[in-house]
Design a protein around this ligand. Structure first.
Ligand SMILES: Cc1cc2nc3c(=O)[nH]c(=O)nc-3n(C[C@H](O)[C@H](O)[C@H](O)COP(=O)(O)OP(=O)(O)OC[C@H]3O[C@@H](n4cnc5c(N)ncnc54)[C@H](O)[C@@H]3O)c2cc1C
Ligand code: FES
Length: 252
């Protein structure tokens, strides 16, 4: 874990409210695992006080990339950054996706901005078969940067099939079932909850990247608990034990 200042290389608007921020990462290691995150100081002033967590989206030559949706003050500040601005980051944080297991087919399932960790995962999965299921409310939420072999669902049907991404994945289960697959998922908690039920019911190996509000980002403040499914008296920390968990290990 390093605390450092990185300089902004570019800020690109991918969709109305979705941005890709590239920063020079020569002061950071490039050995990040897909699914790890950075805790970013989004403003030079004391407001917002807390850093904001963002998945490491991609490592592109000397750049570390973050993809984000503008929600509030913090992400608005990030979207206003200019080339050469310095940003204070703590990275890499958390545990990433496990890619060393025995599987032939990686199934990526992303809802909305949950797509953010998957360009780097796709790079790290080079040589494996990858299918990516992407979902969003409408075409405005669908970003395909750095992804491969996509199947798309939107709530309003403006892109891909009409419906949600977990249902889309379920319609492909019969053809996927014979393969040694592993699911990698990230998205809003309600989507992950439904997916978790499906994976557990069908006994499919999978990992999910969970989201919650964070403060320190590395296990000190105890502010990001998630229930441990093996022992309801114990909790796990999203920042330190996650954000990526085996689908069997957490109660969403
Ligand atoms: C491990 C981890 C990785 C993350 N990676 C990314 C990423 O790669 N890209 C990204 O865009 N976001 C990511 N997030 C979420 C991101 O941290 C929040 O969107 C960000 O903190 C919002 O900050 P803000 O100051 O703009 O909004 P705030 O002022 O904190 O919130 C503004 C409003 O938006 C709502 N809001 C905040 N976050 C979300 C959310 N995630 N979904 C829906 N509503 C929300 C709040 O409830 C509030 O109403 C990640 C979160 C975690 C825990
Ligand atoms: S954010 Fe502080 S312990 Fe997780």
């Amino acid at each position: 874990m390093i605390i450092t200042k990185v300089s902004v290389t570019s800020v690109a608007q991918l969709k109305n409210h979705i941005f890709l921020l590239k920063c020079n990462s020569s002061r950071l290691s490039s050995e990040f695992k897909a699914g790890q995150f950075a805790n970013i100081k989004v403003s030079d002033s004391s407001f917002p006080l807390l850093r904001r967590p963002f998945s490491i989206c991609d490592i592109d030559q000397d750049n570390i990339c973050f993809m984000f949706t503008v929600h509030g003050e913090g992400t608005k500040n990030l979207s206003d950054k200019k080339q050469g601005d310095l940003i204070d980051v703590i990275a890499p944080l958390g545990k990433g996706f496990g890619i060393d297991e025995d599987f032939d087919h990686a199934i990526i399932i992303a809802g909305g901005i949950g797509v953010a960790p998957f360009p780097l995962l796709t790079k790290r999965l080079a040589g494996k078969k990858v299918t990516t299921f992407l979902g969003g409310r409408s075409t405005n939420d669908i970003v395909t940067y750095g992804l491969e072999n996509m199947k798309i669902a939107t709530d309003d049907g403006s892109m891909g099939v009409k419906g949600n991404v977990v249902d889309l994945f379920a319609t492909h289960l019969d053809e996927l079932r014979d393969e040694k697959m592993k699911v990698f998922a990230c998205g809003p908690t309600p989507m992950l909850r439904v997916l978790q039920q499906l994976l557990l019911r069908e006994n499919i190996n999978g990992e999910i990247s969970t989201e919650c509000a964070m403060a320190c980002g590395f296990g000190i403040c105890q502010g990001c608990p998630v229930e441990n499914s093996h022992d309801e008296t114990k909790y796990l920390l999203v920042c330190k034990d996650g954000p990526v968990f085996n689908v069997k290990d957490v109660v969403l």
